[in-house]
Design a protein around this ligand. Structure first.
Ligand code: SF4
Ligand code: SF4
Length: 472
């Protein structure tokens, strides 16, 4: 057998080696403002989300906020529903569904979540808009930063940071308003009566917004967001991503507007750099798919505007699959995507069914372990239990207790109960039964609780009744 030829290290072409300083200084990105189809789409997705975020805590549902995560009371109110710590599996389920929905959308449309709806993107866009209004266009901002300090420069910088802090403050206060009734919080802040926790969290979220959207911006997406790192695992060759059409664009090169590109041997890219100048993460999409790309399509709008001016077809940079760029047809419905969609539909249906049939009543029974049974006068046997009843509904209800599966037994204690909304009752009671009714030392039975005024509210809890062993 012939041995493969050994390749000497010296034979290898010297690779391009770039030195990277892991702690290098961030280069500030000055983005150019651009308008276009996808930016209008972003407005339509961003504004409803912003309006929802800022308005939801102000909506009332009866005498309480429609959405309130009341941590001291350990209750989560979401419109007509109130969730308790006992409902934690539902929350876990909801998070799993959200993650699955994200995977499904990512397989289909790439990082569309990042580009259009992620709070980091939406708030960074607001902060950039403020910056452009105060400091001007990209070139004006670059000149301003290079200029020596003057009263005019200080005024612009102060105005920008003041407005950023104002937006950040309303964002932070609204976020705290999901946990602390926002009407009370606003009044407490205005009258300087806000407690230490309310003030501390408002300051924390204000600073977090100001730093993330004002200063860190693309650094959050590039270095901090875990989603950016594992998104490529979810992509396949049919996933739509923002991509540069190399076949059409290369060889790139500057030219006059009326130049004959075929005669000059050029592709459609005129090397104007506009796609790089509008990119909020500062990358060049012509270098191929990169993890820094958040799929915001600013470069698509920028390039389309250039193509329009040049009289070329739009779409040199566009949403395209790897397959499409290779000249093949994109497979929209593929097994992986169908699998995700089916799994998502099953989970959403099961979750909705569970929510619809959720009984706002928690009922548990603990058997007294210190004493197995007591023999009472007349030959009867008694066992002791402690019942925990939690009325998770928002209204008061009356309940009746009974036994099921224990013939001849009776409850010695309270069997008619009235529980306020959200009340937890711990109820010690005894169950008495004649000894001769049992032919074995341990018998299973159930406590049953039923509401007298709401047929939905009923529950059962299993326990055991113990009797002494027969004498031989
Ligand atoms: S905007 Fe379009 S034409 Fe201009 S450099 Fe980018 S890809 Fe080329
Ligand atoms: S490359 Fe284009 S889509 Fe990606 S982040 Fe930059 S501007 Fe947005």
């Amino acid at each position: 057998m012939n041995k493969p030829d050994l390749i000497e290290v010296e034979d290898l072409a010297p690779a391009e080696v770039a030195e990277l300083d892991l702690y290098q200084k961030r280069e500030k990105i000055y983005t150019r403002k651009i308008e276009g189809f996808f930016q209008r789409v972003r407005l339509f997705t961003g504004w409803p989300l912003l309006a929802g975020y800022f308005l939801l805590p102000w909506l009332q549902w009866g005498d309480r906020p429609a959405v309130l995560f009341d941590l001291p009371e350990r209750k989560f109110h979401i419109f007509f529903m109130t969730f308790w710590p006992q409902d934690f599996p539902l929350l876990a389920w909801l998070l799993i569904i959200s993650a699955f929905a994200l995977f499904t959308v990512t397989v289909f449309l790439g990082r569309v979540w990042c580009g259009y709806t992620c709070p980091q993107t939406v708030w960074t866009s607001i902060f950039m808009w403020v910056e452009q209004r105060v400091e001007g266009s990209r070139n004006q901002r670059m000149r301003l930063d290079k200029a020596p300090w003057s009263l005019a420069k200080a005024g612009k910088k102060f105005s920008k940071h003041f407005l950023w802090l104002a937006v950040a403050f309303f964002t932070g206060m609204t976020f705290v308003g999901y946990f602390y009734p926002v009407r009370e919080l606003t009044l407490d802040i205005l009258t300087l009566q806000v407690g230490a926790w309310g003030a501390a969290w408002t300051v924390f979220f204000t600073l977090a917004t100001y730093i993330n959207a004002g200063w860190m911006r693309e650094q959050v997406c590039v270095f901090m967001c875990p989603y950016a790192r594992f998104q490529s695992v979810m992509f396949d060759s049919d996933t739509l991503t923002v991509a540069y059409d190399k076949v059409r664009g290369e060889p790139r090169g500057a030219r006059r507007r009326d130049a004959d590109k075929s005669a000059e041997g050029l592709g459609d890219c005129i090397s104007c750099q506009l796609c790089v100048q509008v990119c909020p993460t500062g990358i060049d999409i012509r270098d191929g798919l990169q993890y820094q790309c958040i799929g915001c399509a600013l470069c698509v709008d920028a390039c389309d505007s250039v193509m329009d001016k040049m009289g070329y077809e739009p779409g040199l940079i566009r949403y395209a699959s790897e397959r499409e760029l290779g000249g093949e047809k994109t497979h929209w419905l593929r097994p992986r995507l169908i699998g995700y969609i089916v799994a998502l539909l099953v989970m959403v249906t099961a979750f909705s069914w569970r929510i619809y049939n959720r009984v706002p009543l928690e009922f548990t029974v603990i058997r007294d372990r210190s004493q197995l049974y007591t023999e009472v006068a007349g030959g009867a046997i008694e066992n002791v239990y402690t019942l925990q009843i939690l009325n998770m509904d928002e209204e008061m209800h009356s309940y009746t207790l009974r036994l099921d599966g224990l013939d001849g037994a009776a409850i010695i204690g309270e069997t008619e109960l009235l529980l306020n909304a959200g009340e937890i009752r711990s109820l010690p009671l005894r169950v008495r039964a004649p000894r001769e009714a049992f032919d074995r030392p341990s018998s299973a039975f159930e406590f049953v609780i039923e509401s007298d005024d709401d047929s939905r509210l009923s529950d059962r809890a299993e326990s055991r009744f113990l009797v002494p062993l027969e004498s031989p």
